[in-house]
Design a protein around this ligand. Structure first.
Ligand code: SAH
Length: 341
Protein backbone atom coordinates (compact mmCIF):
# COMPACT_ATOMS: atom_id res chain seq x y z
CA UNK A 1 0.00 0.00 0.00
CA UNK A 2 1.16 3.50 -0.73
CA UNK A 3 2.16 5.35 2.46
CA UNK A 4 1.90 9.00 3.28
CA UNK A 5 5.33 10.64 3.27
CA UNK A 6 4.19 12.76 6.25
CA UNK A 7 4.18 9.75 8.55
CA UNK A 8 7.80 8.84 7.92
CA UNK A 9 10.52 9.94 10.36
CA UNK A 10 13.85 11.02 8.94
CA UNK A 11 15.44 7.91 10.46
CA UNK A 12 12.94 5.70 8.65
CA UNK A 13 13.54 7.50 5.39
CA UNK A 14 17.29 7.06 5.83
CA UNK A 15 16.70 3.35 6.33
CA UNK A 16 14.48 3.29 3.24
CA UNK A 17 17.36 4.61 1.12
CA UNK A 18 19.96 2.40 2.80
CA UNK A 19 17.78 -0.67 2.09
CA UNK A 20 17.83 0.28 -1.60
CA UNK A 21 21.59 0.88 -1.67
CA UNK A 22 21.06 4.58 -2.09
CA UNK A 23 22.68 7.46 -0.30
CA UNK A 24 21.06 7.90 3.12
CA UNK A 25 21.65 11.67 3.08
CA UNK A 26 18.84 11.90 0.55
CA UNK A 27 16.42 11.69 3.44
CA UNK A 28 17.40 15.16 4.67
CA UNK A 29 16.99 16.54 1.15
CA UNK A 30 13.56 14.97 0.82
CA UNK A 31 12.53 16.37 4.22
CA UNK A 32 13.49 19.84 3.04
CA UNK A 33 11.46 19.51 -0.14
CA UNK A 34 8.45 18.10 1.64
CA UNK A 35 8.34 20.44 4.65
CA UNK A 36 10.17 23.60 3.52
CA UNK A 37 9.18 23.81 -0.12
CA UNK A 38 5.86 22.08 0.50
CA UNK A 39 5.91 20.21 -2.79
CA UNK A 40 2.74 18.61 -4.18
CA UNK A 41 4.60 16.31 -6.61
CA UNK A 42 7.93 14.58 -6.14
CA UNK A 43 8.97 15.72 -9.62
CA UNK A 44 9.26 19.28 -8.25
CA UNK A 45 12.48 18.19 -6.51
CA UNK A 46 15.05 19.58 -8.92
CA UNK A 47 18.19 18.15 -7.28
CA UNK A 48 16.97 14.54 -7.04
CA UNK A 49 17.63 11.89 -9.70
CA UNK A 50 14.77 10.75 -11.89
CA UNK A 51 14.92 7.10 -10.75
CA UNK A 52 14.65 8.16 -7.13
CA UNK A 53 11.70 10.41 -7.90
CA UNK A 54 9.93 7.60 -9.72
CA UNK A 55 10.56 5.25 -6.85
CA UNK A 56 9.23 7.74 -4.30
CA UNK A 57 6.14 8.31 -6.45
CA UNK A 58 5.45 4.59 -6.32
CA UNK A 59 5.91 4.29 -2.56
CA UNK A 60 4.67 7.53 -1.01
CA UNK A 61 1.80 9.95 -1.33
CA UNK A 62 1.83 13.72 -0.79
CA UNK A 63 -1.92 14.04 -0.29
CA UNK A 64 -3.15 16.63 2.22
CA UNK A 65 -6.26 16.39 4.40
CA UNK A 66 -9.60 17.31 2.86
CA UNK A 67 -11.17 20.43 4.29
CA UNK A 68 -14.89 20.13 5.08
CA UNK A 69 -15.63 23.19 7.24
CA UNK A 70 -13.59 26.25 8.16
CA UNK A 71 -14.82 28.64 10.86
CA UNK A 72 -13.03 31.84 11.79
CA UNK A 73 -13.82 33.84 14.90
CA UNK A 74 -13.28 37.57 15.42
CA UNK A 75 -10.15 36.96 17.47
CA UNK A 76 -8.68 35.02 14.53
CA UNK A 77 -9.11 31.60 16.08
CA UNK A 78 -9.68 29.23 13.19
CA UNK A 79 -11.38 25.92 13.50
CA UNK A 80 -11.18 23.25 10.80
CA UNK A 81 -13.09 20.09 10.19
CA UNK A 82 -11.10 17.65 8.05
CA UNK A 83 -12.10 14.42 6.35
CA UNK A 84 -9.63 11.54 6.55
CA UNK A 85 -9.15 9.02 3.76
CA UNK A 86 -11.50 6.53 5.43
CA UNK A 87 -14.25 9.16 5.76
CA UNK A 88 -13.75 9.91 9.48
CA UNK A 89 -13.94 13.55 10.50
CA UNK A 90 -11.50 15.34 12.81
CA UNK A 91 -11.15 18.86 14.23
CA UNK A 92 -8.08 21.05 14.33
CA UNK A 93 -7.80 24.53 15.84
CA UNK A 94 -5.40 27.34 14.94
CA UNK A 95 -4.86 30.10 17.53
CA UNK A 96 -3.06 33.39 17.18
CA UNK A 97 -0.98 34.60 20.12
CA UNK A 98 1.43 37.47 20.58
CA UNK A 99 4.28 34.93 20.37
CA UNK A 100 3.08 33.23 17.16
CA UNK A 101 0.56 30.69 15.93
CA UNK A 102 -0.30 27.49 17.71
CA UNK A 103 -2.21 24.47 16.46
CA UNK A 104 -4.29 22.23 18.68
CA UNK A 105 -3.98 18.71 17.26
CA UNK A 106 -6.46 15.86 17.47
CA UNK A 107 -4.91 12.49 18.31
CA UNK A 108 -7.82 10.03 17.98
CA UNK A 109 -11.14 9.72 16.18
CA UNK A 110 -13.37 10.05 19.25
CA UNK A 111 -12.18 9.32 22.79
CA UNK A 112 -12.71 6.55 25.33
CA UNK A 113 -11.73 8.45 28.45
CA UNK A 114 -15.32 9.50 29.17
CA UNK A 115 -14.66 12.66 31.21
CA UNK A 116 -18.02 13.87 32.50
CA UNK A 117 -17.74 17.45 31.24
CA UNK A 118 -16.15 16.87 27.84
CA UNK A 119 -17.91 16.90 24.46
CA UNK A 120 -15.25 14.73 22.77
CA UNK A 121 -15.94 11.77 25.01
CA UNK A 122 -19.57 11.61 23.89
CA UNK A 123 -18.23 9.89 20.77
CA UNK A 124 -16.41 6.67 21.53
CA UNK A 125 -13.01 6.14 19.99
CA UNK A 126 -13.25 4.72 16.49
CA UNK A 127 -9.53 4.51 15.92
CA UNK A 128 -6.17 6.07 16.64
CA UNK A 129 -4.78 8.65 14.29
CA UNK A 130 -1.67 7.69 12.38
CA UNK A 131 1.40 9.95 12.68
CA UNK A 132 0.81 11.39 9.18
CA UNK A 133 -2.75 12.37 10.09
CA UNK A 134 -1.41 14.45 12.97
CA UNK A 135 1.47 15.95 10.96
CA UNK A 136 -0.95 16.86 8.17
CA UNK A 137 -3.21 18.79 10.55
CA UNK A 138 -0.34 21.21 11.12
CA UNK A 139 0.86 21.31 7.53
CA UNK A 140 -2.60 21.71 6.02
CA UNK A 141 -3.63 24.48 8.43
CA UNK A 142 -0.36 26.29 7.84
CA UNK A 143 -0.92 26.13 4.07
CA UNK A 144 -4.59 27.13 4.21
CA UNK A 145 -3.94 30.24 6.32
CA UNK A 146 -0.46 30.98 5.02
CA UNK A 147 1.31 31.28 8.37
CA UNK A 148 4.19 29.50 10.06
CA UNK A 149 3.17 27.38 13.02
CA UNK A 150 5.51 27.92 15.96
CA UNK A 151 3.67 26.05 18.74
CA UNK A 152 1.76 22.80 18.96
CA UNK A 153 -0.52 21.49 21.69
CA UNK A 154 -1.84 17.93 21.58
CA UNK A 155 -5.09 18.90 23.25
CA UNK A 156 -7.66 18.22 20.56
CA UNK A 157 -10.01 15.25 20.49
CA UNK A 158 -8.55 12.07 21.96
CA UNK A 159 -6.16 10.94 24.64
CA UNK A 160 -2.60 11.15 23.26
CA UNK A 161 -1.24 8.63 25.77
CA UNK A 162 -3.84 6.13 24.56
CA UNK A 163 -2.12 6.45 21.14
CA UNK A 164 1.36 6.72 22.55
CA UNK A 165 3.67 5.35 19.83
CA UNK A 166 1.99 7.24 17.01
CA UNK A 167 2.06 10.48 19.01
CA UNK A 168 5.79 10.05 19.69
CA UNK A 169 6.56 9.48 16.00
CA UNK A 170 4.48 12.54 15.19
CA UNK A 171 6.50 14.63 17.67
CA UNK A 172 9.78 13.45 16.14
CA UNK A 173 8.61 14.38 12.65
CA UNK A 174 7.37 17.90 13.50
CA UNK A 175 10.44 18.63 15.64
CA UNK A 176 12.95 17.64 12.97
CA UNK A 177 15.27 20.53 11.98
CA UNK A 178 14.87 19.78 8.27
CA UNK A 179 11.12 19.52 8.61
CA UNK A 180 8.55 21.74 10.26
CA UNK A 181 11.17 22.53 12.90
CA UNK A 182 8.78 23.09 15.76
CA UNK A 183 10.92 23.50 18.86
CA UNK A 184 10.44 20.78 21.47
CA UNK A 185 9.91 23.44 24.12
CA UNK A 186 7.07 24.80 22.00
CA UNK A 187 5.25 21.47 21.99
CA UNK A 188 2.89 20.36 24.78
CA UNK A 189 1.17 17.02 25.14
CA UNK A 190 -1.83 16.91 27.46
CA UNK A 191 -2.98 13.74 29.21
CA UNK A 192 -5.88 12.95 31.49
CA UNK A 193 -3.38 10.97 33.59
CA UNK A 194 -2.46 7.58 32.11
CA UNK A 195 0.20 7.00 34.74
CA UNK A 196 2.44 4.31 33.14
CA UNK A 197 2.84 6.48 30.06
CA UNK A 198 3.93 9.46 32.18
CA UNK A 199 6.88 7.33 33.35
CA UNK A 200 7.68 6.38 29.74
CA UNK A 201 7.34 9.95 28.52
CA UNK A 202 9.85 11.06 31.16
CA UNK A 203 12.43 8.92 29.31
CA UNK A 204 11.59 10.28 25.84
CA UNK A 205 14.55 12.04 24.27
CA UNK A 206 12.87 15.29 23.21
CA UNK A 207 12.45 18.23 25.57
CA UNK A 208 8.70 18.44 24.97
CA UNK A 209 6.30 19.70 27.64
CA UNK A 210 3.71 17.78 29.56
CA UNK A 211 0.33 19.01 30.77
CA UNK A 212 -1.95 17.01 33.01
CA UNK A 213 -5.70 17.51 33.20
CA UNK A 214 -6.28 17.50 36.94
CA UNK A 215 -9.61 19.29 37.49
CA UNK A 216 -9.90 18.12 41.11
CA UNK A 217 -7.50 17.35 43.94
CA UNK A 218 -9.68 14.92 45.89
CA UNK A 219 -10.15 11.34 44.70
CA UNK A 220 -13.91 11.34 45.26
CA UNK A 221 -14.47 14.43 43.17
CA UNK A 222 -11.89 13.58 40.52
CA UNK A 223 -13.27 10.06 40.09
CA UNK A 224 -16.73 11.50 39.56
CA UNK A 225 -15.42 13.81 36.82
CA UNK A 226 -12.77 11.61 35.22
CA UNK A 227 -13.05 7.83 34.94
CA UNK A 228 -9.28 7.50 34.65
CA UNK A 229 -8.99 8.43 38.33
CA UNK A 230 -10.70 5.15 39.22
CA UNK A 231 -7.76 3.37 37.61
CA UNK A 232 -4.91 5.69 38.65
CA UNK A 233 -5.54 7.58 41.86
CA UNK A 234 -4.24 11.04 42.69
CA UNK A 235 -1.52 9.41 44.76
CA UNK A 236 -0.34 7.32 41.76
CA UNK A 237 -0.47 10.44 39.62
CA UNK A 238 1.57 12.45 42.08
CA UNK A 239 4.29 9.80 42.20
CA UNK A 240 4.50 9.83 38.40
CA UNK A 241 4.65 13.63 38.34
CA UNK A 242 7.46 13.66 40.90
CA UNK A 243 9.35 11.07 38.88
CA UNK A 244 8.87 13.06 35.67
CA UNK A 245 10.06 16.32 37.21
CA UNK A 246 13.06 14.69 38.82
CA UNK A 247 14.00 12.87 35.62
CA UNK A 248 13.52 15.74 33.15
CA UNK A 249 14.00 18.77 35.35
CA UNK A 250 11.06 20.30 33.52
CA UNK A 251 8.00 21.88 35.00
CA UNK A 252 4.61 20.31 34.42
CA UNK A 253 1.39 22.22 33.76
CA UNK A 254 -1.70 21.17 35.67
CA UNK A 255 -4.91 22.07 33.87
CA UNK A 256 -7.91 22.81 36.01
CA UNK A 257 -11.28 23.63 34.44
CA UNK A 258 -13.45 25.69 36.77
CA UNK A 259 -16.92 24.15 36.95
CA UNK A 260 -19.57 26.11 38.77
CA UNK A 261 -20.37 24.74 42.25
CA UNK A 262 -18.42 21.56 41.48
CA UNK A 263 -14.70 22.27 41.92
CA UNK A 264 -14.51 26.06 42.24
CA UNK A 265 -14.89 26.62 46.00
CA UNK A 266 -12.15 27.89 48.26
CA UNK A 267 -12.11 24.42 49.84
CA UNK A 268 -11.26 22.98 46.41
CA UNK A 269 -8.58 25.65 45.95
CA UNK A 270 -7.09 24.70 49.31
CA UNK A 271 -7.16 21.00 48.41
CA UNK A 272 -5.37 21.80 45.17
CA UNK A 273 -2.69 23.90 46.87
CA UNK A 274 -2.19 21.23 49.54
CA UNK A 275 -1.96 18.50 46.95
CA UNK A 276 0.71 20.35 44.98
CA UNK A 277 2.88 20.64 48.13
CA UNK A 278 6.33 21.60 46.91
CA UNK A 279 6.05 20.26 43.36
CA UNK A 280 7.43 22.48 40.62
CA UNK A 281 4.23 22.94 38.59
CA UNK A 282 2.20 25.64 36.88
CA UNK A 283 -1.53 25.67 37.31
CA UNK A 284 -3.56 26.73 34.30
CA UNK A 285 -7.13 27.61 35.25
CA UNK A 286 -9.54 27.11 32.36
CA UNK A 287 -12.96 28.76 32.06
CA UNK A 288 -15.37 25.97 31.08
CA UNK A 289 -16.85 26.03 27.58
CA UNK A 290 -20.39 24.91 28.19
CA UNK A 291 -21.59 21.84 26.31
CA UNK A 292 -25.33 21.62 25.68
CA UNK A 293 -25.63 17.93 26.61
CA UNK A 294 -23.63 18.25 29.84
CA UNK A 295 -24.93 19.37 33.24
CA UNK A 296 -22.00 21.69 33.99
CA UNK A 297 -21.71 25.43 33.78
CA UNK A 298 -18.94 27.97 33.82
CA UNK A 299 -17.94 29.46 37.16
CA UNK A 300 -18.77 33.10 37.80
CA UNK A 301 -15.96 35.50 36.99
CA UNK A 302 -15.82 36.54 40.66
CA UNK A 303 -15.46 32.90 41.77
CA UNK A 304 -12.69 32.28 39.25
CA UNK A 305 -10.90 35.40 40.47
CA UNK A 306 -11.17 34.23 44.10
CA UNK A 307 -9.81 30.78 43.22
CA UNK A 308 -6.95 32.38 41.30
CA UNK A 309 -6.11 34.82 44.11
CA UNK A 310 -6.08 32.04 46.69
CA UNK A 311 -3.53 30.04 44.67
CA UNK A 312 -1.40 33.17 44.22
CA UNK A 313 -1.44 33.69 47.97
CA UNK A 314 -0.25 30.12 48.41
CA UNK A 315 2.65 31.01 46.08
CA UNK A 316 1.57 28.70 43.30
CA UNK A 317 2.40 29.67 39.72
CA UNK A 318 -1.03 30.15 38.28
CA UNK A 319 -2.45 31.54 35.05
CA UNK A 320 -5.98 31.90 33.75
CA UNK A 321 -6.48 30.65 30.20
CA UNK A 322 -7.33 33.45 27.80
CA UNK A 323 -10.54 32.72 26.04
CA UNK A 324 -10.55 32.25 22.32
CA UNK A 325 -13.06 31.36 19.72
CA UNK A 326 -16.11 31.94 21.91
CA UNK A 327 -18.22 32.86 18.87
CA UNK A 328 -17.45 29.55 17.11
CA UNK A 329 -17.77 25.97 18.37
CA UNK A 330 -14.96 26.37 20.86
CA UNK A 331 -15.33 23.36 23.13
CA UNK A 332 -13.37 20.27 22.15
CA UNK A 333 -15.46 18.01 19.98
CA UNK A 334 -18.32 20.46 19.46
CA UNK A 335 -17.76 21.11 15.79
CA UNK A 336 -17.27 17.44 14.99
CA UNK A 337 -20.35 16.50 17.01
CA UNK A 338 -22.52 18.72 14.82
CA UNK A 339 -21.37 16.97 11.67
CA UNK A 340 -21.73 13.32 12.57
CA UNK A 341 -24.78 11.40 13.60
N1 SAH B 1 -7.21 13.83 26.59
C1 SAH B 1 -6.25 14.85 26.87
C2 SAH B 1 -6.17 15.95 25.82
C3 SAH B 1 -7.46 16.46 25.23
S1 SAH B 1 -8.47 17.49 26.24
C4 SAH B 1 -6.51 15.43 28.25
O1 SAH B 1 -7.45 15.02 28.90
O2 SAH B 1 -5.72 16.26 28.69
C5 SAH B 1 -7.61 19.00 26.44
C6 SAH B 1 -8.04 19.81 27.64
O3 SAH B 1 -9.34 20.41 27.42
C7 SAH B 1 -8.19 18.97 28.89
O4 SAH B 1 -7.66 19.63 30.00
C8 SAH B 1 -9.70 18.84 29.00
O5 SAH B 1 -10.06 18.49 30.29
C9 SAH B 1 -10.15 20.20 28.55
N2 SAH B 1 -11.57 20.31 28.18
C10 SAH B 1 -12.38 19.34 27.71
N3 SAH B 1 -13.62 19.81 27.51
C11 SAH B 1 -13.59 21.12 27.86
C12 SAH B 1 -14.59 22.15 27.88
N4 SAH B 1 -15.84 21.92 27.48
N5 SAH B 1 -14.21 23.38 28.30
C13 SAH B 1 -12.93 23.62 28.67
N6 SAH B 1 -11.98 22.70 28.67
C14 SAH B 1 -12.28 21.45 28.28
Amino acid sequence: MIRSIYGVTEEQLKQYFTDRNQKPFRSAQIFEWVYRHRIHHFREMTNIKKEVIEQLEKDFSLDRLTLVVHQQSKDETNKFLFRLQDGNLIETVLMKHDYGYSVCVTSQVGCNMGCAFCASGMRKKRRNLEPFEMVLQILTVSELIGVRISHVVVMGIGEPFDNYDNVLSFLQIINHPKGLEIGARHITVSTCGIVPKIYEYAEFGLQVNLAISLHAASDVLRSSLMKINRVYSLEDLKKAIRFYIQKTNRRITLEYILLKDVNDSLTSARELADWIEDMNVYVNLIPYNEVKEKPFSRSETETMRRFFDYLCKRRINVTMRREQGFDIDAACGQLRSKHIS
